[in-house]
Design a protein around this ligand. Structure first.
Ligand code: FCB
Length: 492
């Protein structure tokens, strides 16, 4: 009813404007205080999300769990990398991280207090297969079984990611990690094993998190584990093995999972936003999206590498078979995209039809220098998926930002910049859902501050401040903001 009130009120104002009635007479059309209150409770007019929209938070195993040698876990490439001096800021490691392995019950209560409906976590492959393949560790899934039960008991749906970068070190040592096709096959085997044991309760599975980060940063410029800088041919082959691993895992999950299990991925597709929203620049942004994501999202959606990608790679192009492409493009039930910042593009007369518009030095960013503030990424990302590849179920599997987050004298963290970031980004996501773009849910990165890869603990992305000396979690102001967004199912 309150929605009808606000729509009617809006119609009167709009109608008045059309026939030139003055602002004073329009004022009499304002809703009463009670109507305004009702409208606010249902979400501000025009700013609501579809009923049943799934609000959540996200984390990843190595970033939060700690307990790196508990219960038979084998080492991962991130243990090795972070223990190599000079690789991570202040030589920090994930040895303890948020000690989530032991504090997960407390952390589920943090989620419950926020009001989230869904939680995205990742499973550490080396807990389940300490050697990457071969004998599973009998205790490897105990923690995740307990976590899943705890989530469900608190009314939160678990969404599990199978690979969020903690590759078993044994696979890196034995076959060169993702450089080898054997890792893709071992990943599928692990995926099937987990699916067979968790999908009685976990109904949504993501295969791999962010090819665009772990392959590029780990095997090309070496700033992430395993810290390699491969020559172009071997690097392109590594990219191919990563998407192949995803495709083989989709097949293995389907073969092993309980009926009703839904499978997708969580990719940080490069979001090409038209610098000006005119038809020619929008068309350029579409072309750019297919091309700059050719090695990951495009081949997954289309089952072929674009001609331009193969031509650019030349003799360094990946070697593949038609069967590989078929596996890579195995049909998905949903697509997840992690969105932080856009790439601005414009129409251009070049053969590709687009050009990238660089950021000037003054372009605003959050405390991570790469995190440029471009809220419209949260509109164009899902819209491109729906327009270009007709994706019918989309999740925003990560979005959030790093802030300086210094506790004030009263112990609270007033992260007004994070609230600014979220409000602006969510406004653009709401724009997408209001236009019918099929976004089903949103996972805010992150539930709490954690090990931010090569940045160690220097950059904080959490809704909860973590004092790493005591492991005390304190909700930041942004946690209150997100709580209200969830309660109203609207941008506030
Ligand atoms: C993404 C990663 C996630 C986190 C955020 C800030 O690229 O998937 O683990 O580090 O960035």
């Amino acid at each position: 009813m309150s929605k009808a009130v606000s729509r009617r009120t809006f119609a009167r104002i709009a109608g008045a404007a059309a026939i030139g009635v003055s602002a004073t007479s329009v004022a009499s059309a304002r809703p009463s205080a009670r109507e305004a209150e009702q409208a606010a409770q249902a979400g501000a007019p025009g700013r609501g999300f579809p009923a049943g929209f799934l609000w959540g938070t996200a984390t990843a195993s190595y970033q939060v769990e700690g307990a790196v040698s508990a219960d038979g876990r084998g080492p991962s490439i991130w243990d090795t990398f972070s223990h190599t001096p000079g690789k991570v800021a202040h030589d920090a490691t994930g040895d303890e991280a948020d000690d989530h392995y032991h504090r997960y019950k407390e952390d589920v209560q943090l989620m419950k207090a926020l009001g989230v409906k869904v939680y995205r976590f990742s499973i550490a492959w080396p807990r389940v297969f300490p050697q990457g393949s071969g004998q599973p560790n009998p205790k490897g899934l105990d923690f995740y079984n307990a976590l899943v039960d705890e989530l469900l008991a608190n009314g939160i749906q678990p969404f599990a990611t199978l690979y969020h970068w903690d590759l078993p070190q044994a696979l890196q040592d034995r076959v060169g990690g993702w450089e080898s096709r054997e890792t893709a096959e071992a990943f599928a085997n692990y995926a099937g094993y987990v699916a067979g044991r968790l999908t009685d309760r976990v109904k949504h599975i993501f295969t791999i998190n962010e090819f665009g980060a772990f392959v590029e940063l780990g095997y090309n410029n070496g700033v992430h584990a395993p810290g390699l800088r491969l020559a172009p041919g071997r690097f392109n082959q590594t990219r191919h093995h990563a998407v192949l691993g995803h495709g083989l895992a989709v097949q293995a999950i389907r073969a092993a999972a309980k009926p009703g299990t839904r499978v997708g991925l969580a990719e940080n597709m490069t979001i090409c936003a038209p610098i000006i929203e005119t038809p020619e620049h929008i068309e350029a942004a579409r072309r750019a999206t297919r091309e700059v994501n050719a090695q990951y999202m495009t081949v997954i959606q289309e089952g072929r590498y674009t001609d331009a990608y193969l031509a650019r790679a030349g003799a360094d192009a990946p070697k593949f078979t038609p069967a590989d492409l078929k596996a890579i493009s195995s049909p998905l039930d949903f697509v997840g995209i992690n969105i932080y910042t856009p790439l601005y593009v414009r129409a251009d007369a070049s053969p590709l039809g687009f050009a990238v518009v660089p950021h000037p030095k003054s372009f605003p960013h959050m405390i991570s220098p790469w995190l440029f503030v471009g809220p419209e990424a949260l509109y164009w990302g899902p819209r491109h998926l729906a327009d270009i590849w007709k994706v019918k179920d989309i999740y925003i599997t990560e979005n959030g930002c790093s802030s300086s987050d210094v506790p004030a004298a009263d112990g609270r963290v007033y992260d007004t910049d994070r609230i600014m970031y979220l409000r602006n980004y969510l406004t653009q996501l709401q724009r997408a859902t209001a236009e019918g773009v099929p976004v089903r849910g949103y996972f805010l990165w992150s539930l709490m501050d954690n090990f931010e890869w090569a940045d160690g603990y220097t950059n904080r992305f959490g809704l909860h401040y973590v004092d790493y000396a005591t492991q005390k979690r304190t909700p930041k102001l942004s946690a209150s903001y997100y709580h209200e967004v969830i309660a109203k199912n609207a941008v506030l």
